[in-house]
Design a protein around this ligand. Structure first.
Ligand code: T3D
Length: 263
């Protein structure tokens, strides 16, 4: 598939997806959804990919749904938004959460609506200090989608989730980091280097172990303690047979840095 609204590249263990409609703040179209879905499947199928980086081109990360595709002429039937969620947004969020790789979101500018929640669906979110987050849905009479009503209370608690979702205020990257909505806010001048250092580290890490860790942490929200202990046992059993575990232990005992292969 040729991409026109995103860019995809995989090199040195790092699969990179860049949303590329900067003139519309990388807002979603049906075409962009299709390209993104294809790129995520490519990353999942590429055995050389050890980490996925998602970012945006230009001054925005993503402004959610392209609202110019939602204008309704007087008397016309509006688009079925439930169908849009079911077909495009929900599968995208699940694909990111289920990808057996760490997913880093580099928020390079404003993240609004489904764009904000797309970022929250990623495993590690790093934003440049000038970036911002807006649960814009309440401004157009919608509910936070793309996992917003799931992620927000879990990340920041019900009081802050309510404030963000009901008021639609734009919060800074620093505020988002202080509240635990994202991992890190970094000075704009240091943003690119910080993101490269992070994905470089993850590309050399024991990928299977990280994928299992991600799976276990996400499962914990719906598990009992006993259920979670069982899951940890099962994952540890599997990882104890991996090449990377053997390498990690051998390197520790040899007092040398490990050379993980992701297997
Ligand atoms: O529909 C379904 O399928 C259901 C699913 C819905 C998911 C959703 O995401 S619903 C929420 C949709 N998103 C929004 O409501 C956000 C709309 N945008 C904004 O509120 C603001 O643009 C921002 C807060 C994101 C940024 O503000 P600012 O002042 O930095 O930039 P701006 O001037 O408003 O935007 C720059 C340009 O991008 C501008 O175009 P222009 O005037 O230069 O030609 C603006 O119209 C355009 N733009 C920004 N967001 C969107 C957009 N165009 C279309 N759709 C957008 N979402």
């Amino acid at each position: 598939m040729n991409y026109e609204q995103i860019r995809y590249q995989c090199a040195s263990g790092i699969a990179r997806i860049t949303l590329a409609r900067p003139e519309r703040l990388n807002s979603f179209t049906v075409q962009m959804h299709g390209e993104l879905r294809d790129a995520l499947a490519r990353a999942a199928a590429d055995a050389s990919a050890r980490v996925l980086l998602l970012t945006g081109e230009g001054r925005g990360f993503c402004a959610g749904q392209d609202l110019s595709d939602r204008a309704v002429a007087p008397g016309a039937e509006p688009v079925d938004l439930g169908a849009s969620i079911e077909r495009y947004y929900a599968p995208l969020v699940l694909a990111l959460r289920e990808l057996p790789l760490p997913v880093v979101c580099a928020v390079n500018g404003v993240a609004a609506g489904a764009g904000a929640n797309l970022a929250l669906a990623c495993d590690l979110v790093v934003a440049c200090r000038s970036a911002s987050f807006v649960q814009a849905f309440c401004r157009i009479g919608l509910v936070p989608d793309s996992g917003g009503t799931y992620f927000l209370p879990r990340l920041v608690g019900t009081a802050r989730a309510m404030g963000l979702a009901l008021l639609g205020d734009r919060i800074s990257a620093d505020q988002a980091a202080a509240w635990g909505l994202i991992w890190l806010s970094v000075d704009d001048a240091e943003f690119e280097a910080a993101v490269e250092a992070l994905v470089g580290q993850l590309a050399k890490a024991p990928t299977r172990g990280l994928a299992a860790t991600k799976r276990a942490l996400y499962a914990s929200a719906g598990n009992t303690l006993a259920g979670q202990l069982d899951l940890e046992r099962d994952l540890q059993r599997e990882l104890g047979r991996s090449a990377d575990y053997r390498e990690g232990v051998t390197a520790f005992l040899d007092k040398r840095p490990p050379q993980f292969t992701g297997r």
